[in-house]
Design a protein around this ligand. Structure first.
Ligand code: FMN
Length: 392
């Protein structure tokens, strides 16, 4: 298999191809796929193509300043790693490797509740900011335990994902055996054995890592860490409402970030409820299909928030030029999901590092080509959006 640092790996699509080679089909499609007809998944990426740049030519730009400030943290460039569940299935290093690579690159990592490594180990692996993403799975006591551990471990913000009242229908997962892989029946896994055996590198590392990881950060009182197999059912009972926020606020005194908003009214509500930031997100097209691309939803949310809190966005970001476009349209920074997870799946820590290098050098080159000296100077004058995108 091609090494992630080879000259053959120049963009995120190259890392995606390597991930596809290393992973069995069910794990790759879990990572790569979206909900239902995958309309929003495709739209998230397509929206970036509709926005074009308006460069300032013949401008000498010295050293570009790529830094961005997010909730008081100075990031080396304006992209953090989004929470990605089941990362340990993709590579044994999972969340620990991703957090470590993010810290080394001078940026932050958001740990999903659906994680196979203990949150304390994830925090210890990174020298950058690490935030905890909360799902209310396993009940309130499990959430209280996780928040207490996260606070003591030094997580600096809490991210509450609000777009998962139930899990979206990821049709590829149903067809390719993801449910069977996560389940406890060996017999049900049997039809998928040829696929696992055809990916010996992944299979060996999965078995050496002890097989299916438990959810180390969802500890059910009296029972211990939750089994992965329970996740879909647990998510269906874990919907977060605005009322829950008040209860969570009593447990978490640090900044709270609301992830999964697409409309201005919800963003205003988040401000009123005391959020420190919102993430314009449709869960990477994995939840409600046919919602609009996040880049398209971003200006409405930015206008609604009116600078009172920070606005982040994610969805469809595969190149540094995508990061720059999102900043031009008002995001303080972006989260990247699949783009780094492809790197993780391809080669663990080295793969995430490569993904971040690609993004960072893309962002710098794009700024230079735009004739813009810093991320902080980017604004809407550097881009052209289609007329049909007018903000509400
Ligand atoms: C495999 C996978 C697992 C995810 N798991 C979670 C999760 O556990 N919690 C969460 O809030 N978002 C989760 N997300 C959504 C991401 O945080 C992010 O919103 C999305 O990936 C952004 O879109 P992108 O993949 O196009 O960058 C997941 C996304 C993927 C691809």
């Amino acid at each position: 298999m091609t090494a992630v640092n080879s000259s053959q790996v120049v963009n995120i699509e190259d890392l995606r191809r390597l991930a596809q080679q290393r992973l069995p089909r069910c794990v790759f499609d879990y990572l790569d796929g979206g909900a239902e007809a995958e309309l929003t998944l495709a739209e998230n990426c397509r929206a970036f193509r509709e926005v074009t740049f308006r460069p300032r030519s013949a401008v000498a730009v010295g050293d570009c300043d790529l830094k961005a400030r997010v909730l008081g943290h100075e990031l080396s460039f304006p992209a953090m790693l989004a929470p990605v569940g089941y990362s340990r299935l993709m590579h044994p290093g999972g969340e620990v490797s991703a957090a470590q690579a993010a810290g080394e690159a001078g940026t932050g990592y958001i740990l999903s509740t659906i994680s196979g490594h203990k949150l304390e180990n994830v925090k210890a692996a990174s020298r950058g900011p690490v935030w905890y993403q909360l799902y209310l799975m396993g009940g309130r006591e499990a959430a209280e335990g996780a928040l207490d551990r996260a606070r003591r471990a030094g997580f600096s913000a809490l991210v509450i994902t609000v777009d998962t009242p139930v899990a979206g229908l990821r049709e590829r997962d149903s067809r390719n055996g993801m449910k069977e892989l996560l389940g406890s029946s060996l017999l049900a896994k049997f039809p998928y054995f040829p696929d696992f055996l055809a990916h010996p590198g992944w299979l060996a590392s999965f078995l050496l890592d002890g097989g299916m990881p438990k959810l180390e950060n969802v500890v059910i009182p009296g029972k211990g860490p939750m089994e992965l197999v329970d996740v879909s059912a647990a998510l269906a009972q874990a919907a977060v409402t605005w009322e829950d926020l008040r209860w969570i606020r009593q447990l978490w005194s640090g900044p709270i970030v609301i992830k999964g908003l697409l409309i201005g009214d919800d963003a205003r509500r988040a401000v009123d409820e005391g959020a420190a930031a919102v993430v314009v997100s449709n869960h990477g097209g994995r939840q409600l299909d046919s919602v609009s691309a996040t880049l398209r939803a971003l200006p409405e949310v930015v206008a609604a928030v009116g600078g009172r809190i920070e606005v982040l966005m994610d969805g469809g970001i595969r190149r540094g030029s995508d990061v720059v476009k999102a900043i031009c349209l008002g995001a303080r920074a972006v989260l990247i999901g699949r783009a780094y997870a492809y790197g993780l799946a391809a080669a663990g820590h080295a793969g995430v590092t490569r993904a971040l290098q690609i993004f960072k050098s893309d962002v710098e080159r794009t700024l230079r080509l735009l004739g813009c000296p810093s991320v902080k100077s980017l604004d809407s004058s550097y881009v052209e959006t289609p007329r049909t995108w007018d903000a509400r």
